[in-house]
Design a protein around this ligand. Sequence first.
Ligand code: ACO
Ligand code: OAA
Length: 384
Amino acid sequence: MTETEIKKGLAGVVVDYTAVSKVNPETNSLLYRGYPVQELAATQPFEAVAYLLWNGELPTQGQLAEYTAHERSHRALDPKVKDTLDALPVDCHPMDSVRTAVSILGAAHPQAEDSSPEAELEKARTLFAQLPAVVAYEQRRRTAGGPTEPIEPREDLDYSQNFLWMTFGEEAAPEVVDAFRVSMVLYAEHSFNASTFTARVITSTLSDLHSAVTGAIGALKGPLHGGANEAVMHTFDEIGIRPDESEQDAKDRAQAWMEDALAQKKKVMGFGHRVYKHGDSRVPTMKKALDAMIEHFGRHEILGLYNGLEQAMDEAKQIKPNLDYPAGPTYHLMGFDTELFTPLFIAARVTGWTAHVVEQRAANSLIRPLSEYNGPEERHVPGA
Ligand SMILES: CC(=O)SCCNC(=O)CCNC(=O)[C@H](O)C(C)(C)COP(=O)(O)OP(=O)(O)OC[C@H]1O[C@@H](n2cnc3c(N)ncnc32)[C@H](O)[C@@H]1OP(=O)(O)O
Ligand SMILES: O=C([O-])CC(=O)C(=O)O
């Protein structure tokens, strides 16, 4: 009998076509609908990148104006969502809160059961516009220690400006807005990663868009995927962030921490990738945004910790950082609670997920792989 080849973790398995993005580990590049992500990050508002992912082309000025107006008119925190969030424990994980909020928004959507391409796009655009209020409110509820008043959105601000406004109740500096925008663009899409694949599996049963996104959030939460940006900050905290420390001292401590962690065979979150083996295509762009935040806030000890861990990992195992590594400390410097980092990833990735939902539905085949049984041989219930 020939042994069945098991593709554990589906590693290296190509399961379908996609025109949404191309990850190329050979050239270390990432294209959204053909455009290099670093070019999009350098030039485009996040709203235009969302449009591109959904529609396949960058918007004209008129199309962007229409999308922007739609986004701005759906920004307020839904009262049903606020009531539910207020009923949750204040210290529950915000990923659970956002997952719950998406479920409510789905149940309440007037086109919940309409899966025509037009309805799917409408639902995607609306959810994209609604999510910042949910994430911002979760940060505010945690800070207040319980139910509080949300900050009302401002229609004169763009997506990134308004996100920071609703979270912190003040207008962010342009440098901060730009670093935030760049993070959103970089987090938006990455082919058949675990959460996107989850969304596609759910869609393949002809289930609805909000169910697909709710499931995708569950997959994103884990530290081997999106939860790594939160985990990176826990590592920094474990090493100890000392704002008065010199960059070199911080670097030395981080290197010593990493040597110890690797000696104990620990997995260090924020490093490694299933597809990229020579570095994540998005890291240089995100690292620039982190550098800008380090300069803006004058926090060079963070750079010391960052470089110390990266260098020690590279020397010991030649494993490179992934996008979550520079994103974590960037969000920390902006003032987000560590547990809010992965919800920020949701706000960005909802664009990619929903583009994949539409693509899956348009050329659907139920996703149902096989397994090789290795349990007990057939046996019989006594007395049967
Ligand atoms: C945006 C994103 O979602 S990016 C991914 C975010 N996730 C993380 O940062 C979590 C940390 N990284 C990891 O766990 C892995 O690198 C993954 C899950 C991302 C990719 O994993 P895989 O392709 O399955 O590789 P796998 O986990 O088998 O690792 C291969 C080898 O490298 C080692 N390795 C990989 N990543 C790390 C790491 N972060 N720290 C220490 N060792 C690592 C493994 O221990 C393994 O070593 P071994 O062959 O001696 O046993
Ligand atoms: O592609 C992956 O496996 C994980 C990742 O980097 C992402 O989803 O952005």
